[in-house]
Ligand binder design. Structure first.
Ligand code: A2R
Length: 333
């Protein structure tokens, strides 16, 4: 146990320990950490001297779901005991390097499942029922001049889910309430789900009206949704991505949308955030949101609480609440 002491109210404090926070870590997570630790924000621009001073003292590393933590950075932190990520996705973290260095990595699965599933359905409904365009139609005073174009019915349509984990299943439950038929693709079939399985994303795409992508990011899923899958989806069907920008070949997507290869797309994530291809800005068949699937007061607080609790557990020798699967597996060995 490191630097543990009891304060006047009998609450354990891990005072005076130094935590390094990656740039843009969520303020609620930082706020929780600052109540207990000395928190320093890592600034890659500040140069190696700034890190050299902090490195021997930094026992915890706080990161966000979009943080990039390469093995080279971890190697500069010899005192590191814990890496706690605020987010369920952790594809920017070199987990194998952390494990090799004896540093456990945690993330925040579960607490954001409902919000991400909610936004997936919001994008399905928005793009199919032209909600953003309808809002503009009214605000810009165009209603008296005429009606909106017709949308695409969602209830009873065919839903395809790429990735049937915690969030994919939550999307399926919502789609079921819309009377949609549900099919999915994953690496391993989930017969217990009762949904129709397709072994590839292309086969699934060919069989659905809405293809919702909700796998992890990283090398294993890079460009899983490519030109061939979009071609299979076809001109009457829609793509929704609430996973990671890297899962979709964005160049192929822009071409498919511009050329009418697919009907439209609802996108919360992009290949090079916060940059969004300008070609998408003016497309009427696209709904764009700024990677905000878990961005509610309630969920961001729950994520901050869990990320903080993991950091505290790791630094006080307690069992971790939610290690990433690779670390859970390495702990069991
Ligand atoms: O393939 P399986 O049986 O491991 O299923 C996982 C699936 N998956 C894939 N499906 C098709 N092709 C792949 N190459 C592939 N790799 C993984 O993604 C599983 O059904 C699902 C991930 O589920 P969970 O681990 O429960 O993650 P959760 O909480 O649903 O979040 C998914 C992602 C996060 O990693 C963030 O990047 C994003 O949602 O917000």
């Amino acid at each position: 146990m490191i630097g543990q002491s009891m304060n006047s109210r009998g609450v354990f404090r891990l005072s005076q320990l130094d935590i390094l926070a990656m740039p843009k870590v969520h303020p609620l997570y930082l706020q929780a950490l600052k109540a207990v630790y000395k928190v320093h924000t890592y600034s890659p621009e500040a140069g190696p001297e700034a890190l050299a001073e902090l490195a021997p003292r930094s026992v915890g590393l706080a990161a966000g779901g979009e943080s990039v933590v390469p093995g080279a950075l971890l190697a500069q932190l010899p005192a590191l005991k814990m890496l706690s990520v605020f987010g369920v996705g952790y594809d920017g973290i070199d987990v194998q390097a952390a494990i090799a260095q004896g540093v456990p990595v945690t993330h925040t699965p579960g607490v954001l499942t409902d919000d991400v599933a909610d936004l997936a359905m919001a994008l399905v409904l928005s793009v199919a029922r032209l909600v953003p365009q309808a809002d503009q139609h009214v605000r810009q005073g165009r209603w008296p001049q005429g009606a909106m174009p017709l949308g695409r019915k969602v209830s009873g349509a065919r839903m395809g889910i790429v990735g049937l984990g915690r969030i994919g299943q939550a999307i399926a439950r919502r789609a079921a309430a819309f009377n949609m038929s549900i099919a999915y693709t994953t690496r391993t079939e989930k017969p217990e789900s009762g949904y129709t399985y397709y072994p590839t994303a292309a086969a699934l795409a060919a069989a659905v009206d809405f293809l919702v992508v909700i796998t992890p990011g990283g090398a294993g899923t890079r460009h899983l949704i490519n030109a061939e899958v979009l071609q299979a989806l076809g001109p009457q069907s829609y793509l929704v991505n609430v996973a990671r920008g890297s899962v979709v070949d964005e160049e192929a997507l822009v071409k498919a949308l511009a050329g009418g290869v697919i009907a439209g797309a609802g996108l919360d994530v992009f290949a090079n955030e916060p940059q969004v291809p300008e070609a998408l800005w003016s497309m009427p068949n696209v709904v764009l949101t700024p990677h905000m699937a878990s961005a509610t007061h309630q969920t961001r607080q729950a994520m901050a609480d869990l990320a903080f609790a993991n950091m505290q557990a790791g630094l006080s020798g307690q069992p971790l609440l939610t290690p990433v699967p690779e670390c859970a597996a390495s702990q069991e060995r």
